[in-house]
Design a binder for this molecule. Structure first.
Ligand SMILES: CC(C)c1ccc(C(=O)O)c(O)c1O
Ligand code: FE2
Length: 280
């Protein structure tokens, strides 16, 4: 079993780092942590970084998850290899680039590039936002899935994810007490479907709605409220078509042992209890 503790970071390729920087700071509200060679590191909370843009193909997308220690990483590597996944053991230089002690990389059954990391760095100085979006931290990712049932099995049986709720066959899975850290959505190919940051209040969500509209950032869904986690949300489009979500009020699962996934119908009201509909 692979024990994921939390999501750690997202790494995104972008052919235009200048635009990615402008969006991440002036629109999304992240803090620049470091400028590397053709790399930009961003903070959203007390971690040293939670997003890294590298110059390159926008199809280069990676999600990093933290595991407990080196022993857990070894177990993860052998578990994956036994199941036929090719596992890349990160070099010291690659680990340094990710600000972690050690990591492995592999592809999930859909082909999403996943990294498992040990000891991701924290930062001493507190996160200082580049704009007052109210971000309190990087919280979850939506992952494309070409086969929802197969991929739910991978995340819950090979890894320790637990399903908190389902909307149709879309599963919202937790790896700790937070309602979900991974959402699996149907898609014809691999990719990150959305990147979520938590914000401090509903005011922050609504303020950003006006702010982003003014900046002509495409709003793709919301403002609204998810019946599943209870969070108030706003989704909008960033560079290279990547969708970002702000949300506040994601619930926690009180009793991990006794919680049974709730089933919601695959219909608009299951995505927003206020009646918001996705754009287009
Ligand atoms: C639209 C996606 C799948 C979704 C659904 C529900 C929640 C939630 O309950 O918070 C999300 O965060 C989502 O991204
Ligand atoms: Fe989400």
């Amino acid at each position: 079993m692979i024990y994921l503790k939390d999501v750690s970071y997202v790494r995104l390729g972008s052919p235009d780092l200048e635009s990615a920087e402008a969006f991440a700071t002036a629109c999304l509200g992240l803090q620049i942590a470091e400028r590397g060679k053709k790399k930009l590191y961003f903070r959203s909370d007390d971690r040293a970084h939670t997003l890294c843009y590298s110059e390159g193909d926008a199809g280069n997308q990676t999600v990093g998850f933290e595991v407990e220690d080196d022993a857990s990483l070894q177990v993860a590597a052998s578990t994956l290899e036994a199941l036929g996944h090719a596992v890349h053991a990160g070099t010291a230089e690659e680990a340094e680039q990710r600000k972690v002690k050690a990591f492995i990389g592999f592809y999930d059954p859909t082909g999403n590039h996943i990294e498992l990391v040990v000891r991701p760095e924290r930062s001493g100085p507190r996160y200082f936002a580049s704009r007052d979006a109210g971000i309190t931290g990087f919280s979850h990712v939506g992952l494309n899935s070409t086969n929802l049932l197969r991929d739910e099995r991978f995340w819950t049986q090979v890894c320790n994810a637990r399903v908190s709720d389902r909307i149709g066959d879309i599963s919202l899975m937790r790896v700790n007490a937070i309602h979900h850290t991974i959402a699996l959505l149907p898609a014809p190919n691999a990719g990150i479907q959305h990147i979520n940051h938590q914000v401090g209040s509903s005011d922050d969500v609504l303020r950003s709605h006006y702010f982003l509209n003014e900046k002509r950032v495409p709003i793709v869904f919301g403002p609204g409220r998810h019946p599943t986690s209870g969070a108030r949300f706003l989704y909008f489009k960033g560079p290279d078509g990547m969708v970002f979500e702000y949300s506040v009020g994601v619930g926690e699962i009180e009793n991990d042992e006794t919680h049974r996934p709730r089933q919601f119908g695959f219909e608009p009201a299951s995505f927003c209890m206020w009646g918001a509909k996705p754009a287009g």
